[in-house]
Design a protein around this ligand. Structure first.
Ligand code: 5GP
Ligand code: ZN
Length: 115
């Protein structure tokens, strides 16, 4: 298994974990772009949002709820934050295992600009 996030799930490589349950893991991004930058991932190896099926509905909903709770824990709920999922090449996805970025802790520059 070459997937770096599966290796984090399997504890083959270290990460700064901030949340774990049966289905979901969250840890600090290794190259943070804001004071709070966490990645929330499913433990199941699903490569991209494009690979989701109807049966994943609850899992994806739970990932967003985990993000909401972590935003509170990390004191960025009141000020606000961004949730971001990149999808495939044009979306800039670099790790082929679905991950929800939670980015906050300070006012954020807009990542997406008008064309
Ligand atoms: P993407 O560009 O695919 O949306 O985001 C991938 C994110 O994973 C990047 O922000 C990158 O810093 C992070 N990342 C890549 N490899 C590792 C790693 O080994 N450990 C951690 N904690 N984060 C990683
Ligand atoms: Zn994986």
């Amino acid at each position: 298994m070459e997937c770096i996030f599966c290796k984090i799930i399997n504890k083959q490589i270290p990460a700064d974990l901030v949340y774990e349950d049966d289905e979901i893991l969250a840890f600090r991004d290794i190259h943070p772009i804001a004071p709070v930058h966490l990645l929330i991932i499913p433990k199941a190896h699903i490569e991209t949002i494009d690979d989701l099926e109807d049966g994943h509905q609850l899992l994806i909903g739970r990932m967003i709820l985990v993000a909401k709770n972590l935003a509170r824990d990390f004191k960025t709920a009141e000020g606000g934050y961004k949730l971001l999922i990149r999808v495939k090449k044009h979306g800039g996805q670099e790790v082929d295992h679905i991950h929800l970025h939670l980015i906050g802790g300070a006012p954020l520059e807009e990542i997406i600009r008008s064309i």
